[in-house]
Design a protein around this ligand. Structure first.
Ligand code: PLP
Ligand code: SF4
Length: 454
């Protein structure tokens, strides 16, 4: 590997663990630290951490020996420490805080399956993780063994997928799918592969980061039998990128699995353009493409991690143009109440006329793009892709407006409000008056020219 070597370190408390055990993911799982006493033996705890760890009702704590070893024990603000060791900040409520801020459970046709977008679903296959992130957006179920998904739940999810041909992409998540017993994980993926309309399978996992030894040859060979398989990992700071993680991503990419990274913008962890630039550059060195940078969700327990949105814009301003294009993630807000991911970015469009676009680049250079005066428009009538477009029932949205399926999208109750309770009268009985010509399935216009005059 070129460039400075990535680190690899083991906390003094684990110095005597034989290498074979250290490299055994089952040993890592069964030796996780979760009490003030255990964690305190590796890292001297602050008062705030002590208080959080001794309170009841806290989101589950568990840290693998491998991951806790990456913390600098002398630094109370260590960016890895902040992600996995709770502080009293977790117990402070804030305006807009919700248990399920993305309304995932409300938008699940069957428990654990979130079908929010037209062609893809999120499939929660476990509530367990290798370690627990303090800001977890699914803390309402994650870590809770009593919320675990059962055979019956899986059967209901598969039955839904089988009868829903619009789904072409299934995203396995949780919890963390790579904490499942290897046989169970394979049986779930194999079952997805029996459904012909499912084109791709994705895994969202933080196991390579918490426990890179889980990514062994056996796992990579198993996944490669079910291609196309894609994977997103979750790294928030360069300190998480070690020799071991680089080894895991090397094995995964050699097995043909494209890797992406999803990170969360977290106060006190990575809310700095320079930390973020280092992170994305280190990620592409280990062949992981930065995919999303999430604005922190309004989830219970995460208040102290939230930043203003402007911080994300500032970070994107420092990435686009300043480093490789494929190292720049898309910054998104996952909208509360199930609005889904909404991309946000600095503004590059300064102004426009009917044939000029005024743009600014990352350096502040302002330039003009001259648009063509003549343009032979794409003709949907002769385009076989337009003719065979994929249906997106009820979700065509803005693209449906552009496509001429309809003219407007109205707030619920719009017609009722604007009718003002007046009922039908001589001026409003002909609905042809407001049926747009050539849009949607409206009937032909009164003033449509007869065929002969065209
Ligand atoms: C994030 C997410 C997806 C996947 O979205 P992509 O933008 O395709 O990565 C799918 N379903 C749900 C509910 C999600 O939250
Ligand atoms: S790995 Fe993902 S699901 Fe698990 S605790 Fe962290 S954020 Fe939550």
């Amino acid at each position: 590997m070129s460039g400075t070597a990535f680190r690899s370190q083991r906390a003094a408390a684990f110095a005597d663990v034989p290498q074979a055990q250290w490299n055994d993911w089952r040993w890592q799982l069964s030796h996780r630290l979760n009490t003030a006493e255990e964690i305190g033996q590796v890292i001297p705890l602050t008062e705030s951490e002590q208080r959080a760890l001794s309170s009841s009702g806290l989101f589950r704590v568990d840290i693998t020996p491998y991951f806790i070893s990456l913390i600098d024990p002398q630094d109370p603000n260590d960016p890895i420490r902040r992600q996995v060791i709770p502080t009293a900040g977790e117990m402070v409520p804030f305006t807009s805080m919700m248990e399920d801020s993305l309304a995932e459970d409300r938008h699940s046709p069957v428990p654990g399956l979130v079908h929010r977008y037209p062609d893809r679903v999120l499939m929660l296959v476990t509530t367990q993780c290798a370690s627990y992130c303090r800001y977890c957006t699914r803390s309402r179920i994650v870590g809770d063994p009593t919320a675990q998904f059962s055979r019956t739940d899986y059967d209901a999810m598969f039955a839904y997928l089988e009868r829903t041909p619009q789904v072409r992409d299934v995203l396995l998540s949780g919890g963390d799918p790579l904490t499942l017993a290897p046989k169970l994980l394979e049986s779930l993926i194999a079952r997805l592969r029996t459904i012909p309309h499912i084109e791709i399978v994705r895994l969202g996992t933080r196991v390579p980061v918490f426990m890179p030894m889980r990514v062994d040859d056996e796992l990579c060979e198993m996944l490669a039998r079910y291609h196309p398989v894609w994977m997103n990992i979750h790294v928030n700071h360069s300190n998480e990128i070690t020799e071991e993680l680089a080894g895991a991503t090397d094995r995964l990419t050699r097995a043909g699995i494209p890797l992406g990274n999803q990170s969360v913008l977290l106060a006190g962890v990575n809310d700095c353009p320079h930390i973020q630039r280092r992170l994305v550059q280190d990620l592409v060195r280990i062949r992981v493409r930065p995919y999303y940078l999430y604005q922190c969700d309004e989830v219970e327990g995460a208040g102290h991690f939230r930043t203003p949105v402007g911080k994300g814009i500032e970070i994107l301003e420092a990435l686009r143009g300043h480093t490789s294009g494929f190292a720049v993630p898309q910054y998104v807000i996952d909208a509360p109440q199930g609005g889904g991911k909404i991309p946000i970015s600095p503004n590059y469009l300064v102004s426009m006329s009917d044939h000029k676009i005024i743009l600014r680049n990352y350096e502040g250079f302002i330039t003009t793009y001259e648009e063509p005066i003549e343009y032979t428009a794409h003709d949907p009538a002769t385009c076989k892709y337009c003719q065979a477009k994929r249906p997106e029932p009820g979700q065509a949205g803005i693209t449906g407006l552009l496509d001429g399926e309809r003219l407007t999208i109205e707030p619920q109750g719009f017609e009722l409000v604007h009718g003002r309770g007046g009922g039908q009268h001589r001026l409003n009985q002909d609905s042809g008056k407001w049926d747009p010509l050539g849009i949607g399935s409206g009937k032909p216009k009164r003033h449509t020219l007869p065929e002969a005059d065209l």
